[in-house]
Design a protein around this ligand. Structure first.
Ligand code: GUN
Length: 286
């Protein structure tokens, strides 16, 4: 059997086209959604992400500004900038690109972003809202995964979902979203015993461990839905997911490729959250 491909690139494109139309409508009402992206230092991967995020905004008609700051900057100065952005009426979304330099306290910085402008959904208030099932801004990659499942009409309720990885950015929030949709959810991590056995029980398997090729075909139940969140740059320069696509695609029922799966959905959801934040700020239809 060969798995059906979940084409994140195509789904993201159609979401972005829909958002572009929505932004045009908002502008006619005098609302111009705006995103500020903050980058500290010169991490090459982060620089590419920030550039892509800015371009994606512009192509959807969203105002965007990039704040590129030196690696050695003081945390107090970063907090001051975020405070200004919190107060700036042109800005509805603020994204602080991670990782931050070691001398800057990530938790303090993320908590300084206004929860209403927290388009990454990383603020403790938004994380808490997600945990208790309250409306709020939620992290982009997990939201993109849920939108992909929805797009392909993949049922979630009552199904056994296994999430491999317990990061605050992906593993934990996606587990909460799956639970909210009435899946039975298990989270695996580096200390999990019999990982293969647990994964083989999954109807829906989310690989978000950041370890290239760690999910092999023998860990996948025949016909399972396999979502690969990994974006690992190999020494050869090639991108590889956490799933060994070659073998896994022969057993899975549905699978996301890398690249072209979850990655493009993340950016589409950043735009979605920015538009949502702009609507929330202006009391426009929620
Ligand atoms: N670094 C890696 N992924 C992300 C993300 O989703 N948001 C931010 N702000 N930084 C990241």
């Amino acid at each position: 059997m060969s798995a059906n491909i979940m084409d994140g690139k195509a789904v993201a494109r159609s979401i972005r086209e829909g958002l572009k139309e929505e932004v045009e409508g908002l502008k006619k009402k005098g609302i111009h959604p705006g995103l500020a992206v903050v980058l500290v230092g010169e991490n090459p991967a982060s620089m590419v992400y920030v550039k892509n995020k800015g371009e994606a905004c512009r192509s959807a008609g969203i105002y965007s500004e990039e704040h590129k700051l030196p690696e050695e900057m003081k945390e107090a100065d970063l907090l001051r900038l975020i405070d200004q952005l919190n107060k700036d009426p042109r800005i509805h979304g603020i994204l602080v690109q991670l990782p931050l330099p070691a001398h800057i306290n990530k938790e303090r910085v993320l908590a300084s972003v206004s929860p209403e402008k927290d388009v990454d959904g990383f603020h403790e208030i938004n994380m808490g809202r997600l945990l208790i099932g309250q409306e709020g801004l939620v992290p982009c990659t997990p939201l993109g995964i849920m939108k992909l499942l929805e797009h392909y009409h993949i049922p979630v309720e009552g199904r056994f979902a296994v999430v491999v990885g317990r990061s605050n950015i992906v593993g934990k929030p996606v587990a909460m979203m799956l639970l909210q949709r009435n899946a039975t959810v298990t989270i695996c991590h580096t200390r999990t015993k019999n990982m293969g056995e647990v994964c083989r029980m999954a109807d829906i398997l989310i690989a978000a461990a950041g370890r290239p090729g760690m999910i092999t075909a023998d860990m996948i139940r025949e016909g399972a839905v396999v979502i690969d969140v990994g974006i690992n740059r190999l020494d050869t320069g090639k991108l590889a997911g956490d799933v060994d696509f070659e073998s896994a695609s022969k057993r899975a029922g549905w699978i996301t490729p890398v690249p072209g799966g979850v990655g493009p959905m993340t950016i589409a959801m950043l735009l979605y959250n920015t538009v949502k934040a702009a609507k929330m700020a202006t009391g426009s239809n929620p």
